[in-house]
Design a protein around this ligand. Structure first.
Ligand code: 6GU
Length: 225
C-alpha cells in the first residue's frame, strides 16, 4: 500500500510514523508513506496557499490551485483508489471503514486547515470525506495520523502475531475482553483462575462472555444491530 498525504504542516504529521508499529511497517516496506507540503505547489509570493473567503467571513480557505497541482502530479504517476479529505463534517471513521481502506493499493489523504478547502476541490477531486469524531481539531493532520495508524496496523505482516488484530476491540463488533499478566497476585488482587487453567476452549468461552458483558455495560449501542 502507498499513502500520499498532502498537508501545510508536514512537521505536525511526521512523528507518529517515526516510532513503534508504523515505523516498523515502513521499514519492512509493508507500506510507503509520502508527505507533500502544499507550499511546494504554489507560485504565489510568500508561498501563499490560502486566502479570504468570497462573501466575507472569518477564517482562511485553502486555495484550489496548489491542491490541483499536487493531486494532478500524483495522479499522473499512478492510479489512486481513493482521494480522502479529512474534515469534521466527513463520515465518522470506524473499524469497518479502516478495514475497507486497508484493502486499497494507493490512497491520497488531503488535510484540511483553517476554514477548510475551496468547495470546488471537494466537488471535483475528493472521493471520500472522513472525520475522526464529533469535535473540532485545528486541522486534518491529527485525523490523518489516526486514520493511517488504524489502516496500517491491519496490513498483513505489520503486527507480530497476525491474529492479534482479529481480537481487537471492535473487530468483531464487541469490546475486547480484559487481559492480565504477571504477577498472578498483586496486593491480594488475583488473576481469574480460568486463565491459569490451561483449558483453552474454556478460556475462549470466558473471553467471549467477558467481551459481551463489557460491551453490554459500556457500549450497549454496539449490540443494537
Ligand atoms: Cl479530520 N479535521 C478537523 N479539522 N477536525 C476534526 C476532524 C478532522 N475529525 C474530527 N474533527
Amino acid at each position: 500500500m502507498r499513502i500520499d498525504i498532502i498537508t501545510v504542516l508536514p512537521e505536525l504529521l511526521k512523528s507518529p510514523f517515526e516510532a513503534s508499529i508504523l515505523k516498523r511497517a515502513i521499514e519492512k516496506n509493508l507500506v510507503e508513506v509520502y508527505f507533500h507540503n502544499l507550499r511546494d505547489y504554489t507560485d504565489m509570493s510568500y508561498k501563499q496557499v490560502d486566502d479570504y473567503q468570497f462573501g466575507g467571513g472569518a477564517g482562511m480557505v485553502l486555495m484550489i490551485e496548489p491542491i490541483d497541482k499536487c493531486i494532478t502530479s500524483l495522479k499522473a504517476q499512478r492510479n489512486y483508489d481513493e482521494i480522502i479529505y479529512m474534515t469534521p463534517d466527513g463520515q465518522t471513521l470506524d473499524q469497518k471503514m479502516s478495514n475497507r481502506l486497508s484493502l486499497k493499493k494507493n490512497i491520497i489523504i488531503l488535510c484540511g486547515h483553517y476554514k477548510g478547502v475551496d468547495q470546488r476541490v471537494r466537488d471535483n477531486y475528493i472521493t471520500k470525506e472522513v472525520s475522526i469524531g464529533d469535535y473540532v481539531l485545528s486541522g486534518g493532520e491529527l485525523g490523518a495520523a489516526v486514520l493511517c495508524d488504524s489502516i496500517i496496523r491491519l496490513l498483513p505482516g505489520v503486527l507480530n502475531n497476525e491474529t492479534s488484530a482479529l481480537t481487537d476491540t471492535f473487530q468483531d463488533g464487541l469490546l475486547a475482553p480484559p487481559v492480565y499478566t504477571r504477577p498472578r497476585e498483586y496486593k491480594g488482587d488475583i488473576v481469574p483462575e480460568i486463565l491459569l487453567s490451561g483449558n483453552f476452549p474454556a478460556i475462549e468461552e470466558w473471553r467471549e462472555n467477558k467481551a459481551y458483558e463489557r460491551t453490554k455495560a459500556l457500549r450497549p449501542d454496539l449490540l443494537e444491530d
